[in-house]
Design a binder for this molecule. Structure first.
Ligand code: UD2
Length: 321
């Protein structure tokens, strides 16, 4: 099968592409390399087609879509605070870009589009865990754009018969998550703080909770969502069904690394949600989703990855001297 992975050079994208290649599929990656990196695809570079371009350019999207069977649409401007700072740019990429992907997908009659939606769609609704039947109430521009992406997918299903599935990711983390931007995910930031013995910054009191989900679980969901029968137009939570506070994450990292770091507490971020936890029974039932990697295992593996990546960079710098 031929897969188009938008955002395929990014964190979740490149992990998804690795698995598709391992299973022998033909893969086209469309990525403007704004968040993604070509080096994320280094190991499988000769086996895939990489098109450097943005989903905001419909002609580029049409070219990338050529003969695609499935589309895994991950390209996006992530980050709640970035969307608060620049809602127009987040809207342009996440909504206009998604519309381009859907238009090109229906024109070439792909079998299905799988869309990376977000747990941010739930907003501050107090009920935990979050169930897909709850009314979304996003509280950040980012959450709005991700929810609109779902609605557009469903509208394309109804108006044009385009099969679509939205996966509400719950705080995905793991190898290749970029720690270097102010908008990086918190676990990438915390892991590098422990690696470099710097102070982890906590926005708020650290008692906010998240259902942190290891990237391999998300990859599994992406692939299952492409082929599962009778799920078009549906939305699924992709999490682990657990939740942990940031303060407890720091304690867990302390155990993994044998270090104790004092966190620096700063005011909470605008648009931040207090608690998040997925009910995954729908994904289990309809997709056969089974998140095998626990939070603790995932965190150990992620920390080791940052450690070995840092060691490689240091060895290379030494050899270039
Ligand atoms: C949201 C979505 C997530 C995904 C992501 C994409 C929710 C519940 N989750 O993640 O599914 O779509 O957006 O960007 O909406 N923080 C610190 N220190 C730091 C960085 C962050 O304390 O250095 C805090 C931050 O204020 C927040 C928590 O950590 O309370 C998680 O932040 P994040 O940016 O990793 O992810 P989040 O929850 O905004």
């Amino acid at each position: 099968m031929r897969y188009l992975v938008t955002g395929g050079a990014g964190f979740i994208g490149s992990n998804t592409v690795d698995e598709l290649v391992r299973r022998g599929h033909s893969v086209v990656v469309l990525d403007d390399l704004s968040g993604g990196k070509e080096e994320n695809l280094a190991e499988i570079r000769s086996k895939i087609t990489l098109i450097k371009g943005s989903i905001t350019d419909i002609e580029v999207v049409r070219k990338a879509m050529h003969e695609a069977d499935y589309v895994i649409h991950l390209a996006a401007r992530t980050s709640v605070p970035r969307s608060v700072k620049d809602p127009i740019e987040t809207n342009r990429v996440n909504i206009d870009g998604t519309l381009n992907v859907l238009i090109a997908a229906k024109d070439v009659k792909v079998k299905r589009v799988v869309f990376a939606a977000s747990s941010s769609a739930y907003g501050e609704t107090p009920t935990l865990p979050k169930v897909e039947s709850m009314q979304p109430q996003p509280i950040s521009p980012y959450g709005v754009t991700k929810y609109v992406g779902e609605l557009y997918g469903q509208a394309f299903g109804r108006c044009y018969g385009l099969e679509n599935v939205s996966l509400r990711y719950f705080n995905i983390f793991g190898p290749r998550q970029d720690p270097s931007s102010p908008y990086s995910g918190v676990l990438a930031k915390f892991c590098t703080a422990f690696l470099e013995d710097t102070q982890p910054v906590v926005f708020g009191d650290g008692e906010q909770t998240r259902d942190f989900t290891f990237v391999e679980n998300a990859v599994q969901a992406n692939l299952l969502a492409c082929e599962a029968p009778n799920v078009s137009g549906k939305v699924f939570n992709v999490g682990t069904s657990g939740r942990i506070s940031l303060n407890d994450v720091l304690l867990t990292l302390g155990k993994i690394t044998g270090k104790t770091l004092e966190a620096k507490y700063e005011p909470p971020r605008d648009g931040d949600i207090r608690d998040s936890q997925a009910d995954i029974s729908q994904a289990k039932e309809f997709l056969g989703y089974d998140p095998r990697i626990t939070f603790e295992d995932g965190l150990s593996r992620t920390f080791e990855w940052y450690q070995s990546t840092q060691a490689k960079v240091q060895a290379q710098a030494k050899s270039e001297k």
